[in-house]
Design a protein. Structure first.
Length: 161
């Protein structure tokens, strides 16, 4: 049984079919332990709501029934996952991580990315076999994560998965 931390963009692939969605679905269907930062709930809910009320051109609009089904599925999914709470410890550790990253801290583009990376690194301290699942190959978050962990600890769902 493997352990995976899903950053929010990877997590949303569960509810919006796109490159990498099959891999994310397989994580949920397998006997894996899945982690998420509680703040990721905001991102996932925003995406699900957007699909219903304000879809992007490439998404296509979902019905109210589909929206309710996705919300129910999401609620069931997070019950099966380990929730990493945003905390004072994370705020303190985030500064340590920025200092450690040095010049590479420029890869951390948003405070939300910093929160997710910090949550993963704290969870990894207790679960050294924890993989970081990041949505996109070109993500700055991946470059920042590589400062702290081996490439083999980072998983990027691809077109073929």
């Amino acid at each position: 049984m493997s352990k995976y931390f899903l950053e929010s963009s990877a997590f949303t692939k569960r509810y919006r079919p796109e490159d990498g969605s099959i891999f994310i679905d397989q994580l949920f269907e397998g006997e894996h332990t899945l982690f998420y930062l509680n703040l990721a709930i905001l991102e996932v809910r925003k995406v699900i709501f957007r699909l219903w009320k304000n879809p992007l051109e490439q998404d296509g609009q979902i019905t109210e029934e589909e929206y309710n089904n996705l919300e129910s599925r999401f609620a069931a999914d997070i019950q099966k996952m380990i929730r990493v709470e945003f905390s004072e410890e994370m705020i303190k550790k985030s500064l340590e991580f920025l200092k450690t990253a040095g010049e590479n801290s420029a890869w951390i583009k948003t405070s939300f990315d910093l929160a997710q990376l910090t949550a993963y690194l704290i969870a990894k301290e207790e679960n050294n076999d924890l993989f970081f699942v990041c949505a996109d190959e070109c993500s700055h978050l991946i470059k920042a994560a590589k400062v702290f962990v081996n490439d083999s600890d980072i998983i990027i769902p691809t077109k073929n998965s």
